[in-house]
Design a protein around this ligand. Structure first.
Ligand code: SF4
Length: 420
């Protein structure tokens, strides 16, 4: 098996973090974020039975302390086909030799997330979302590497200013797992990058100089893969800007690396309230005991959580799966926020469903479960038009002074709404 794809990928080290020491002073040097030897103690201590059996089989020497350390999880990620083939029957999943040569989006799966894939059928939903497939090499018309044209909306490096009162700060190119359909695949291609403080300076300055910005979204890559002190630097710098009212963090870490959500980390986040977190879930099987604990810690800190879900063919494109996901999210105090139509990045056509499928799912949710559990279905328009919500047809037209509307059961009703 050719194993060249990302065989050499290493997690970010302080060296990858640019001028962080100069910018933050001396105490940052005390923290060696991804040291091979030092595993600081973690207060995360939940291991579900499936994950526990997996650990015993594939990481028999890992202590509880190591397993529950997010740094250990990143250090021991599955980032090569060779290592991944120890737990998955890759030969039966796809043409691995061919894929290994292609050097497309990097491969990274935390041992924790890998434990959810082990022992499942080859076409298991979570496996398809993070394990490369030869289908990624088929580029269809209309697909492009930056379909939302975010780069053209960056007044400074990695700060997207699309909407009047809010900006998106792309803080890092590193993730704990690489989702095969990622909109920002052009950013996360290198797998080794935390951009560091130097790269954020211009963004912070831009936000300071634009008083209409009320809302800053910190995304990436995944910002929660950065060391605490770097996240704190970013949060406190933005929080110090008087006109910024809320800060949002976009992340998949509570799902793929729940061990990251330690009490100390939460204590730090809490200082920067009001904070929102948009968490990327795709399937109800992602909500394990570990993920529930991580989300409970986040909610208890007063951080408002919303979910973002990409609609994915043969992964979550049916009403029952989405219903189960949305209800589980709500139970975990996460408000279902968006279902996205899968963006047309190169090699993603096997993930995309017809838009009619998304509408069918919303129709199957609305009225059947609490309105709190029904997200907006949106297309983030290629070319940079922003998110456009789509709804099934509930408004049927007008009959004189009445409008005709249809309920969730398909019955038509009249509502008095005189034409003045
Ligand atoms: S975690 Fe987010 S940024 Fe990272 S690969 Fe997945 S979708 Fe892309």
């Amino acid at each position: 098996m050719n194993d060249s794809l990302q065989e050499s990928a290493e997690p970010p080290s302080n060296n990858d973090l640019g001028l962080i020491e100069i910018q933050l002073g001396t105490d940052v040097t005390e923290e060696i974020p991804f040291s091979k030897t030092e595993i600081p103690s973690s207060d995360f201590d939940i291991i579900n039975p499936v994950t526990s059996a997996f650990r015993k089989k594939f990481f028999p020497l890992a202590t509880d302390k190591q397993w529950n350390s997010w740094r250990w999880q990143i250090q021991n990620s599955y980032s090569s086909f060779k290592k991944l083939s120890e737990i998955l029957d890759l030969e039966n999943i796809d043409d691995v030799d061919f894929l290994a040569k292609s050097r497309k989006l990097p491969l990274r799966i935390t041992p924790y997330y890998a434990s959810l894939l082990y022992g499942t059928p080859n076409n298991y939903a979570l496996t398809k979302s993070v394990v490369p497939s030869k289908l990624e090499l088929i580029v269809s018309p209309e697909e492009e590497s930056d379909p939302l044209h975010e780069e053209s909306m960056c007044p400074v490096y990695n700060l997207v200013h699309r909407y009047p009162d809010r900006v998106l700060l792309l803080s890092t190119g590193f993730c704990s797992v690489y989702c095969r359909y990622c909109t920002r695949s052009h950013m996360v291609l290198k797998d080794k990058k935390h951009y560091g403080v130097k790269a954020w300076e211009n963004s912070i300055e831009y936000i300071k100089n634009n008083p209409q910005i009320r809302d800053v979204v910190i995304s990436g890559g995944d910002p929660l893969t950065m060391p605490d002190k770097h996240i704190e630097f970013l949060l406190s710098s933005i929080r110090a800007i008087p006109h910024v009212e809320i800060i949002r963090i976009g992340t998949k870490v509570p799902v793929a690396l729940p061990q990251r959500i330690t009490n100390n980390f939460i204590k730090m986040l809490k200082k920067h309230s009001p904070l929102y977190m948009s968490i990327h879930f795709i399937h109800p099987d992602e909500i394990t005991a570990e993920v529930s604990e991580a989300c409970s810690r986040i909610a208890n800190a007063g951080i408002v959580m919303g979910s973002q879900t990409v609609l994915l063919k043969d992964i979550n494109d049916n009403v029952e799966t989405m219903k189960e996901l949305m209800l589980k999210l709500l139970k975990n105090r996460i408000r279902p926020y968006y279902i996205y139509q899968c963006d047309p990045i190169p090699g993603s056509s096997h993930f995309r469903t017809p838009v009619a499928k998304g509408l069918e799912i919303i129709q199957g949710l609305r009225g059947f479960i609490s309105g709190y559990a029904v997200p907006h279905y949106v297309i983030d328009t290629p070319g940079g038009g922003g998110k456009i919500p789509l709804l099934p047809e509930y408004y049927l037209g007008r009959d004189g002074d009445y409008i005709l509307i249809r309920n969730f059961e398909g019955n038509t009703y009249k509502y008095y709404d005189p034409v003045k």
